[in-house]
Design a protein around this ligand. Structure first.
Ligand code: AMP
Ligand code: GLY
Length: 420
């Protein structure tokens, strides 16, 4: 099969690594891809939102399967466009990807179907939101309705902060049209767990659990980022919790979407919080998590193309997902200053010596190939994943490998997986 992956991050490199192992693969392309993906497939210079050129490319190269890794093209309807022309695409259609694309939609769905989530109110203008906040308990959480590069959630500790947040989101439109509607949500506390699942419209099968670290600095300080590290499995996600979620959250969500005439096929990501009042859904994503994919996929034993085909043709019930009985931990190497301003263009050393080392994966995110070397080309540069007997072993191996890679302005958190 000829396969095209749409996206350019560490997640897409992890997907590409699994696809490259599949017996069904003939040729792998990635649009636009990155330096690392270019080592296992051919990167094509087409941006993920350039649907017209993606479609022409799929026709020209007779692509048998297009895997859409990123949120924006899914929410924008790339899968629908490919299917309309008769091509196979993995990922939810536009009317199902709205589960990630609109927080208003997802909260209303959870309320309607009794899926546990934090209490909330929806607002369509800043005046009403501020009036509500005047009487609300702090801290409180503001969520811009639409996609905002993972930055549209504000946790506000004082009324002043919350009012400022409403102005930023709804009046100044800091996140563009994502701020036309606003969810104001009760602040809840507990451990967070990410659970990714394959879905074929009816059946849902979960992958191994994971935990990610969103803040830039050690001790969960600093700004929110796209993710600074992750590990799998989460020791806090017990079988008992899983059984509860399978019935009341995972299957309930898939059934609710079908009931709404929005059949969900693809990967569905559940951001969960384990609160003292039980498990609650913080968010849905319509795709693999990043960096979660960088620890979950290396542990998966199945042929990923077979699983994706089963999701597309409704036969997921025939597949048994299998994961290695081990652990994986990923440390993100970023450019100093991320997620704000940072410099790019520095040569990366040490990649060659890690190549082919058992149980070690270096997933590229912001890199570019220049001649024989790789240069830094983004805020998050690399994800270094190690597998180990258990989390402690994986952690030791990951941090040992991290030390072997050097580049100017290299920054990483030293406490990924520390308190487990
Ligand atoms: P989201 O994009 O909705 O997952 O939100 C990003 C992060 O904000 C989550 O991973 C949580 O750490 C935090 N968060 C979101 N909603 C809440 C909430 N209701 N209470 C406390 N923290 C939250
Ligand atoms: N790691 C969270 C996400 O992919 O949105």
């Amino acid at each position: 099969m000829n396969v095209l992956i749409v996206g350019s991050g560490g997640r897409e490199h992890a997907i590409a690594t699994m696809v490259a192992k599949s017996h069904h693969l003939t040729k792998l392309y990635c649009a636009p891809g990155n330096g690392g993906i270019g080592q296992i497939g051919e990167c094509v210079d087409i941006q993920a939102m350039d649907f017209e050129n993606i479609l022409s490319f799929v026709k020209e190269k007779a692509i048998d399967l297009t895997i859409v890794g990123m949120d924006a093209p899914l929410v924008g309807g790339l899968v629908d466009e490919l299917e309309r022309e008769g091509f196979n695409a993995f990922g939810p259609r536009k009317n199902a990807a709205i589960l990630e694309g609109s927080k208003v939609f997802s909260k209303e769905l959870m309320k309607k179907y009794g899926i546990p989530t934090a209490d909330y109110e929806i607002f369509h203008c800043p005046e009403d939101a501020i009036e509500y906040l005047e009487k609300a308990k702090m801290p409180i959480v503001l969520k811009a309705d639409g996609l905002a590069l993972g930055k549209g959630v504000l946790i506000c500790h004082t009324l002043e902060e919350a009012k400022e947040g409403v102005h930023e989101i709804m009046t100044k439109k800091k996140f563009g049209s994502a701020g036309e509607h606003l969810v104001i949500e009760e602040f809840i506390t507990g451990r967070e767990v990410s659970v990714l699942a394959f879905v074929d419209g009816k059946t849902i099968k979960t992958m191994a659990s994971a935990q990610d670290y969103k803040r830039a600095k050690e001790g969960d300080q600093g700004l929110n980022t796209g993710g600074m590290g992750t590990f799998s499995p989460s020791p806090f996600y017990t079988e008992e919790i899983h059984d509860f979620c399978q019935q009341h959250i995972y299957q309930a969500t898939v059934d609710a979407m079908r009931e709404e005439g929005r059949e969900y096929k693809g990967v569905l990501f559940f951001g969960l919080m384990l609160t003292k009042d039980g498990v609650k859904v913080l968010e849905y994503n319509a795709r693999f998590g990043d960096p979660e994919a960088q620890v979950v996929l290396p542990r998966m034993k199945n042929d990923i193309i077979e699983v994706m085909k089963a999701c597309m043709n409704g036969s997921l019930h025939e597949i048994e997902l299998e994961f290695e009985n081990n652990a994986a931990l990923c440390v993100i190497l970023a450019s100093k200053g991320y997620p704000e301003t940072y410099e790019k263009g520095y040569p990366i050393q040490g990649l060659e010596q890690l190549k082919g080392r058992e149980g070690i994966y270096v997933f590229h995110a912001g890199t570019i190939k220049a001649g024989e070397e790789f240069l830094t080309n983004g805020g998050r540069v690399l994800g270094v994943t190690a597998k180990g007997r258990d989390l402690k072993d994986a952690r030791e191996k990951a941090y040992m490998s991290v030390k072997e890679i050097t580049f100017d302005n290299k920054y990483y958190r030293k406490d990924i997986g520390e308190q487990i």
